[in-house]
Design a protein around this ligand. Sequence first.
Ligand code: GDP
Length: 704
Amino acid sequence: MMSVKEYANDTNHSVAEILKKCNELGIKVKNAEDELTEDDIIILDNTINLISTEEETDYEEEDVIDEAVEDLVEANNLDKSFANSNKKQKLKKKSQIQSSKEEYLSKRKEMYKHKEKLMSNVEEDNICLYKEGMTVQELASSLNVSGTEIIKKVMGLGLMLSLTNPIDYETASVVTLEYGKTLKKEETQDIANFEEYETNDREEDLIKRPPVVTIMGHVDHGKTTLLDSIRKSKIVDSEYGGITQAIGAYQVEHNGNKVTFIDTPGHAAFTEMRARGASITDIVIIIVAADDGVMPQTEEAIDHALAANVPIVVAVNKCDKPDARPERIRTEMAEHNITPEEWGGSIPFVDISAKTGEGIDLLLETILAIAEMQELKANPQRYALGTVIESKMDKNIGGVASLLIQNGTLRIGDPIVVGTTYGKIRTMKDDCGASIVEAGPATPVEITGLSATPSAGDKFMAFETEAQAKEVADKRNILARENKFQKQALTLDTLFASIDSDTKEINVVLKADVRGSEEAVKNALEKIDVDGVKVKVIRSGIGTITESDVVLANASNAIILGFCVSPSNSTKEIAKEYGVDIRLYTIIYKLVEEMEAAMKGMLAPEYEEKTIGTVEIRKLFKFSKVGNIAGSYVQDGIVKNGAQARLIRDGIVVVDTKISTLQREKDQVKDVKKGYECGITLENYSDIKTGDLIEVYEMIEVKR
Ligand code: GDP
């Protein structure tokens, strides 16, 4: 124990300073004579230590800063002592940040280790609620302990907080664990927006679920044959004896493990669903015919799978054919960044024949091995949520929809909301057409009971009561009307605003005129790093921007950059419809510079042309000294001296220049309005003819 005054003396601080610190830290002392407890002293010691390390200055970069100071003084005619004091402050700030950052990071690492240890002896049911922005004092109250105690614990974790400071969730959860309780975040999610809903399932409720697989590839490379042959050979036995029902997906069993295949035709469905935010696929099989090679749709499949960040397995098909060259497929795929495992890459290649069935077992085993590594889990205890795969309207029974259950269990009679409609599950069938009463995670089912037909890619969610479902559906109707479900497309102008702490990469589709520039731009883009956010080129190619580029960009929330290429009007239309931003450039550094500036939120202002007036030339006055003066009449708007102007003859722009002089009668004037006559000369151009028009315009800065 010691008094505030004694402590101040000991530490070379003023009493006022110590009292202020105590106040900030929630230590209850008011006067110099008040006693500090041992706990208080520990807290103060740590805080004071932190302050004194902050005072040490790192002069490592002094030379550089000296130069900068010289420049500053020269440029601004500043008093040198002022500039120097500024420099010291900057250096101090820098070292403070650096040292506290390192210390903070190492303490955090320790904290996570500590947390793991604590987790083992905590009772799950003893729950304490965490609210966003919760302060130290609030946490202390909810744990029924003193604020100082929490400050001390937090300090042990490397953080200096006062009673009124907010405490982050991670730190708070470790502190809570120390009291034998678990901290749960308060539910702030809006269930009506279930596309964004994050399930917080308890670890012990989770069970392994089958992987969901999509097959993509070039037409005629054997998708349909492969899906059929897997299905025929591996169908889960049912009383229907394998009579299959096309519901857009099916499940097979291999060595006791289930795999769900999406069999909607082609990758258009996969892309369409991705574009709508429905990522239902865990693994993509890219099928390539061994007697053919990597074709345009194979390339597209690669781009989509890579952009979606989904593990890939390559099925090299038609290996039964005499002209099959599976090795060549490996070479071609490797050229597309799909390097086979046997070559040191990460992508398994399996040689198969969809026709004879050769290799299909190995393909399934490979899929199951990947699924095992992904540790795919779901909670069968919760109400189901998932995605619509297909739907149709049946004259007799109404809306029929194929659903993939992604989490939870769906049961007959469950109230369900799909898109903006709600209903009750009336009948449910599995992929063999057998009636079932319930279905768990990763199961495809066909249901009836909806009043409308939803769209493929729509999310669904089941609820406990019909009233709940109705309430959610009503709310979703309002949200839909307000366009709240509309995915906000990524644009260069709004790029900075859309970067948040989770953003690691900005997706870009790049098209260039020639291989050389494509490589150069791609390399330059991939070097950009703005505060840890990087550019990911999800497709780069030569040639103009196509509809397929727009579709990929849309599905992957990407921006399209064109270098020395120009999209057709129809592509522009589609891009507009999807809200995909296309940017065209002819200079590499401009492209890179603008991308970088956009990521920093420092895009230069954009200018738009605005016509301010139209002038008709009615008569010419020739002067030997000044050349031709156009006797003109302002048809529309206004003409301003010095404004930009275009001379137009028979609809063709003759010259783009400026109004050089403007006069009324004999006087020079600043502007002339509609309905008046005036004399005009143009800068650097005098071959004016009667009947020509002058379009006067300004460049206006438009808000980004
Ligand atoms: P998709 O367009 O990718 O769905 O291709 P299909 O599955 O319709 O197959 C196109 C053609 O290739 C059909 O005539 C199939 O019979 C044939 N085919 C598919 N897989 C194989 C295979 O493994 N071996 C041979 N020889 N032919 C195959």
